[in-house]
Ligand binder design. Structure first.
Ligand code: ATR
Length: 276
């Protein structure tokens, strides 16, 4: 019989997920007894698999592509940020047997940018690229940092506009096309498109970043992404990939499950080493 509490990440694909490594490191560091694994779930089978996991005593799940909307539907209760995002990346079994859904992606991004990298968000002019699943989770926590404004650019403009509309009550946010972007307009650009996964770059005009502007790609890998290379060519003041966000969102999930906040810095170093 298993004595350790069971956790997992559900996705498809999930083979390259760093989450098992990250949570094992958190558990070791904090002395928590738990087991965490990655599991590939067939499309259309998310609810069935999650029901089985929790009915067999599983304590918590991370959810990755393409199941964050399914997890949103699955949860019995939702945090405010998950409700606003319409997407869930963390499920936690409650004392009464119900399942709580949260979304830690946005807070993970904000912690990495603000606390780890030391980039200011308040009062800044921010451009977010993409209007898909990855961006839904970050707009609420970003707007809570009181930026001057957030523009969401997308090839399909209507998606950017309707996404921005969902967050209007939290601050100045609007959708736009790539063609509509003009010179020196932004202090920070965050790439939330899936373009980097295919070695691609969104169609960005030159000189849209201010002189001391920063660029952040939510993707990460052993090599700089095409977006990071673009930003360096635009003489960005600082450029980062999304590895820190990955570890910070995991730390927030760990905290929800175990009530303990791990130290993220050594775990970021560990994951970085494993990429090379
Ligand atoms: P995810 O859940 O990873 O966000 P998604 O919901 O399929 O995936 O969204 C992918 C996002 O990346 C979309 O905003 C998409 O733009 P469109 O809605 O216009 O398709 C964007 N995207 C993907 N490849 C891109 C590319 N080569 N250039 C620009 N945007 C791209």
């Amino acid at each position: 019989m298993e004595t350790k509490d069971q956790y997992a990440v559900y996705g498809n694909p999930v083979k390259h997920s760093k989450s098992p490594q990250i949570h094992a490191a958190f558990a070791e560091q904090t002395g928590q007894q738990l087991h965490y694994r990655a599991r590939k779930i067939e499309l259309e089978h998310f609810a069935e698999a999650a029901t089985k996991f929790f009915s067999h005593g599983g304590k918590g799940l991370n959810i990755t592509v393409p199941f964050k909307l399914d997890a949103f539907e699955f949860a019995d209760q939702l945090s405010g940020r998950a409700r606003r995002a319409g997407a869930v990346n963390t499920l936690a079994l409650q004392e009464d047997g119900s399942v709580y859904g949260d979304n830690t992606d946005g807070i993970g991004l904000v912690r990495d940018i603000h606390s780890n990298l030391g980039w200011e968000l308040s009062g800044r002019r921010i451009l977010v690229l993409g209007a898909g699943g990855a961006v839904r989770g970050i707009l609420g926590p970003l707007l809570k940092q009181r930026p001057a404004h957030v523009l969401v650019a997308n090839r399909t403009v209507s998606k950017a506009q309707s996404l921005a509309k969902n967050f209007e009550s939290l601050g100045h946010v609007a959708g736009c096309s790539y063609e509509g972007l003009t010179s020196g307009q932004f202090d920070l650009i965050i790439n939330g498109t899936s373009a980097s996964m295919r070695g691609d770059l969104p169609p960005l005009p030159h000189h849209i970043l201010s002189n001391d502007g920063c660029a952040y790609d939510m993707m990460y890998g052993a090599e700089p992404t095409p977006f990071m290379r673009w930003a360096a060519g635009e003489t960005a003041w600082a450029v980062s990939d999304g590895l820190g966000m990955l570890v910070e969102q995991a730390a927030e999930s760990f905290c929800i499950w175990r009530g303990v906040r791990p130290d993220t810095k050594p775990v970021m170093d560990l994951v970085r080493q494993s990429l090379s």
